[in-house]
Design a protein around this ligand. Sequence first.
Ligand code: PLP
Length: 367
Amino acid sequence: MYRPLWIEVDRKALKKNVLTIKKIIGPKVGIMATVKQNAYGHGLVPIARCLSSLGVVYFGVGSLEEAIQLRHAGIKEPILILTALLKEGIPELFRYHVTPTVTNLDFAKSVNEYAIRKNKIHPIHLKIDTGMGRIGWWYQGAVAAIVQLKKLTHLELEGIFTHYPAAGTDDRFTRLQIGRFNELLDELSQRKIDFRYIHTANSMALWKYRHARFNLVRPGLILYGIKPDEKMDIPLSPILSLKSQVVFLKKVPRGRSIGYGRTFVTKSPTQIATVAIGYADGYPWRLSNKGQVLIRRRLCPIRGRVCMDHIMVETGNITGVHLGCPVTLIGKNSSHRIGAEDIAHWAGTIPYEIVTRLSSKIPRIYT
Ligand SMILES: *Cc1c(COP(=O)(O)O)cnc(C)c1O
């Protein structure tokens, strides 16, 4: 490793978060671990292996590619693709035993035809739109389509689900959605259409709405110890640290400009350290003159703009800063912690975007 930039992932902390979630949902509700987009940047296969040993019921991925990657890694649990798939992927669903999200009758018929040819029964999950407005049948009128679907001989209607766009911010609307979904479940039940898995809740919804848990929940962000909202008061352990080192150090007089655009000029003599991380690594350019990093137990401000491969930070009169000095960009030491939430706040975005955009080129070390 010649470029000093790496991510440390703490498996023990992941385990703690799973136990915390299990305590919230109780023994009768299972976990579908949402590991889409490289397990939110934490590394798909190592995270899935760890979660597998912690007893999750299902994995939720974002693409057929991710599902195949998990199968190649020997993951045996059922896998649901949470996104809408086009017909081209159908043979691979069978080859790798992957459950698709079904959002229209035409696709269901194609899966059924393939299943007949292979002489197999294939599981599917139905996606219902109760207000997210992304994919799936609008809940009103969905019954007619599902009754048609039920007639397809080689499909197992294993699951049905929906998703909440505002579980953390709009209580009235979220309750309305839960009501809409239950209404549909009742209508289906009257027609003897029942499902093994009913799941609706992401991190926020599983915490806030007991009635949204049904018998399976789909946490993503909180698995990784990150809060979707600072109001969430559950004890989570962040599992990812982002670390680098000082690669250049200089003392500068007053009036020296730092970085592109000359957006920062020193007001007094100080010390500036250059650190090996930049926006091409997924460290947001928006942190220019805004973000902070941890060096020798102190918070140091970013000076000037974030470059492609570097940032400059002011270490001022902190003693003991040297070439090769460790720098924590996300993570903690004995005095401070910088969370993905903080980075997101400084950059004017959401923590999801921060972790999923950390470049896959950065080596991940699992402890
Ligand atoms: C990403 C996703 C989740 C997980 O959401 P978090 O907020 O990270 O818990 C759950 N369900 C679906 C359909 C998703 O796309």
